[in-house]
Design a protein around this ligand. Structure first.
Ligand code: SF4
Length: 605
């Protein structure tokens, strides 16, 4: 099929073996690429109940159908594995240029399993893949790792994914970095790489990608960029990047502040999107993306790409650190050490509240910039009590107390959207396939930004969340960035132009449901049921103290009713288990259904 490379690369680090095989064509037409293909290969390759940090776990890198073509905003690489933070399936993406390079090297997927007996890196080219010694990179940050690897390979243009000391030390929220400031952040997949003694993956391409009709492909793309990408609703990405989200969330009263104690920040004006012009030096884009949402900034001599909204808020307002220079310094060290900024900000805010409430003294309170700046290194190297911080907020609350205000779902720390002021987001966090993730169904777009849907109700939210989860599942599988809100008609047109297929929006809607159910199959087989589809107690019991959502909590009974409605609409049981009939109806492949049915019959579900 056009636009696909036709091959996948398998690396077994325990055996030191590298093999190639043909991409499973029957899966491409059902699951496409990126998210869908990654989950499908994982479901085939591993037992979902395994320890995520064991050699049996696999990491699938899937660049997507459009990777390497001139389709706009398609430069992301999806990375899928079983998460050590949650125990669920976890797919996430990293921007930059590495995704396209994997396609140019000739692969639709790279799947790594096993564990090397010492620290190694992979060097992948179209001709061969080598497992090379990486002991000279041990303990190095991701910045230095990229520089040293380029020097070692005598190639400035080689594309690199790497982990920092956090990944090597199996920190549960270790991320994977590319090009210094691009991260696959969530779910601790950096620790999975660390558990395999895999420090980095360097890729050098050279092959072409074919599309059915190049002249018409290019002229259609020119038109699409003009009509659908570079249009007024997307202009804020070029001018502000994601900083505008902070303005909207503050205005809607859902800006997490002081460990989600309130949704309004008293110092927000210091981070208003208009202020970034004082610091902004230039834009940065992923390969081929005209939206170029990355901001290069300079604050008091510190040059940095970012911080994007999530990082800015979770490590700023949520920890009551109103100092942009400190936040930039902090985030720069997170990127270098290989730590996810959302989880790190959430965890530090939790220990600050624990200290202030006198439940346990972690030696840091809200607004303590001096100790805040010391924490990333202590966490990444697991020094002293900060060894416990490296296990995440769920672990901390189980060991030291504070479960009611440990802001996570299934072990994944909640990102920068407060659900008491956007109830759909609560249902989304509870049902997201990788724990508290804002990128599965971003309901604040309607509840807070556009204000087209009532935020303080669950009425209609089950349908809304499901539809958005399906839309994103298929969009992230075909391989388009979150920030380009194209409709499914246009997505189908792009798919057909690139592959020669004949899909329509109806088929893509069904594919979204198919892919979302595939993730649920994995999670049910990993032991997840209704009781895990829940939210932190604070959201049910502590009213927001101020702002537009003042006095709001999520009413527990209504939340449970919305969850039941969500399962019912999906054709899942009251326990959240997909039925065989539903899986057949939406076209999940026979082998996956059989594997699932075998699991269900042996577990009396
Ligand atoms: S919108 Fe931003 S994150 Fe998305 S592809 Fe473009 S530059 Fe990358």
């Amino acid at each position: 099929m056009k636009s696909y490379a036709g091959k996948i690369l398998r690396v077994d680090l325990s055996r030191g073996e590298v093999t190639e095989e043909e991409t499973r064509e029957e899966w491409l037409s059902k699951y496409y690429g990126q998210k869908g293909l990654g989950i499908r290969y994982l479901l085939e390759g591993i037992d979902p109940s395994i320890d995520p940090l064991s050699p049996e776990n696999e990491i699938a890198l899937t660049p997507g159908i459009f990777g390497g073509t001139m389709v706009p905003s398609c430069g992301k690489l999806s990375i899928t594995s079983k998460s050590p933070a949650t125990g669920t399936i976890s797919d996430g993406s990293v921007g930059g240029t590495i995704g396209a390079e994997i396609k140019y090297a000739g692969y639709d997927a790279i799947i790594v399993k096993g564990k090397a007996n010492h620290l190694v890196y992979l060097y992948i080219t179209p001709d061969k893949t080598e497992i090379k010694d990486a002991e000279f990179l041990q303990g190095k940050g991701t910045f230095q790792t990229e520089f040293m690897l380029k020097k070692e390979l005598k190639d400035e243009e080689v594309k690199i994914l790497s982990i920092g000391p956090a990944g090597e030390n199996l920190v549960k929220f270790a991320c994977i970095t590319s090009e210094l400031y691009r991260q696959q952040g969530r779910g601790g997949i950096g620790a999975v790489m660390g558990s395999k003694n895999l420090k980095a993956i360097a890729v050098k391409g050279g092959k072409d990608i074919a599309v059915p009709d190049m002249p018409s492909f290019l002229s259609s793309l020119r038109e699409i960029i003009k009509e659908s990408v570079l249009i007024p609703p997307n202009e804020f990405l070029l001018s502000d990047g994601t900083w505008s989200y902070g303005d909207w969330m503050q205005e809607g009263g859902i800006l997490p502040t002081r460990n989600f104690q309130t949704g309004i920040s008293p110092t927000y004006e210091r981070f208003h999107s208009e202020l970034k012009d004082k610091f902004k030096k230039s834009n940065k884009a992923c390969v081929g993306c005209p939206l170029a949402c990355g901001n290069y900034i300079e604050v008091d001599g510190i040059v940095f790409e970012g911080p994007e909204y999530e990082s800015l808020n979770m490590t700023g307002n949520n920890c009551q650190i109103p100092d942009l220079k400190a936040i930039v310094q902090f985030n720069r060290s997170l990127d270098d050490l290989g730590l996810d900024s959302i989880s790190t900000g959430n965890i530090i805010a939790f220990v600050m509240e624990m200290t202030e409430r006198g439940i346990h003294d972690f030696g840091i309170s809200f607004g303590d910039t001096e100790n805040y700046l010391k924490l990333p290194e202590k966490i990444a190297y697991r020094r002293g009590i900060d060894n416990d911080l490296a296990e995440g907020v769920r672990f901390l609350s189980e060991k030291y107390g504070g479960k009611d205000f440990a802001m996570h779902v299934k072990g994944l720390e909640i990102p920068a959207y407060e659900p008491r002021g956007a109830w759909g987001m609560g249902l989304n966090y509870a049902t997201s396939d990788r724990g508290a993730c804002h990128m599965r169904a971003f309901t604040p777009a309607y509840e807070v930004i556009e204000k087209t849907i009532e935020p303080y109700t669950f009425k209609g939210k089950a349908r809304l969340v499901i539809d958005l989860q399906h839309y994103n599942a298929v969009k992230f599988s075909i391989g388009i960035c979150d920030f380009w809100g194209l409709n499914l008609e246009l997505l189908a047109k792009l798919l057909n132009m690139a592959t020669g297929s004949n899909a329509d929006s109806e088929e893509l809607t069904k594919a979204g449901e198919r892919i979302y159910n595939l993730g649920r199959i994995f999670n049910v087989m990993a032991g997840f049921r209704r009781k895990e589809d829940t939210l932190p107690e604070r959201l049910f019991t502590d009213p927001l103290p101020e702002g537009p959502a003042k006095g709001k909590v999520l009413p527990r009974k209504e939340f449970e009713a919305a969850l039941s409605e969500y399962y019912h609409l999906r054709g899942w049981s009251e326990e959240g288990v997909p039925s065989k009939q539903k899986l057949e109806e939406i076209g999940v492949d026979k082998q996956a259904i059989e594997k699932f049915q075998k699991y269900l019959s042996s577990h009396s579900v």
